[in-house]
Design a protein around this ligand. Structure first.
Ligand code: FES
Ligand code: FES
Length: 189
């Protein structure tokens, strides 16, 4: 059967088997392997993408069901000018990942959360990702990453976080004070 949908802003059309899952359509037909396939039983959430701005587990959606809809994957999360979305920056800044397997799904879910609730508390973040499994982080850094994104909606990293503050000049130039003093007789050579 023929399916046609918009994926990350571009229309795609393919001839597929009616039983093909959306996760396999994205990965195998379109090569969008950022969407991960972890369990196939609707448990892990590694496969979360958006369908018409709603996070869905793409292992529970047939490609045929997505036909005529707009799908967004993690490859479509960064901005058009190439800058990372705040949620991507947050995961970088707060080490919200280790192996990274759960990360695409986590980012798609939490981006959707922030779109609906720009300042979620910790309990709300944990509830939003409660359908997803991370085997590495213990979730604390994921929560922190989402809070960072909420606090930095434009994703801009404060300069102080990039570089340590330069030491004061008086520390780096100890001889400066002496330069104002007369040179003691006999010290020139
Ligand atoms: S692969 Fe979809 S929930 Fe695990
Ligand atoms: S970072 Fe490894 S599963 Fe989450």
């Amino acid at each position: 059967m023929q399916v046609t949908m918009t994926v990350n802003g571009a229309e795609v059309s393919r001839e597929v088997e009616p039983r093909l899952l959306l996760v396999h359509f994205l990965r195998d037909e379109l090569g969008l392997t950022g969407t991960h396939w972890g369990c196939d039983t609707s448990n892990c959430g590694a496969c979360v993408v958006w369908m018409d701005d709603e996070p869905v587990k793409s292992c529970t959606v047939l490609a045929a069901m997505a036909s005529g809809h707009e799908v967004r994957t993690v490859e479509g999360l960064a901005h058009e000018d190439g800058t990372l979305d705040a949620i991507q920056q947050g995961f970088m800044q707060c080490h919200g990942l280790q192996c990274g397997f759960c990360t695409p799904g986590m980012m798609m879910t939490t981006r959707a959360l922030l779109d609906r609730n720009p300042h979620p508390n910790q309990a709300e973040i944990r509830e939003a990702i409660s359908g997803q499994i991370c085997r590495c982080t213990g979730y604390a850094t994921i929560v922190r990453s989402v809070q960072w994104a909420a606090d930095h909606p434009d994703g801009a990293v404060p300069a102080a976080a990039d570089e340590p503050a330069a030491p004061a000049e008086s520390v780096t130039e100890p001889a400066a004070a002496d330069a104002t003093q007369p040179i003691p007789a006999g010290s020139a050579s």
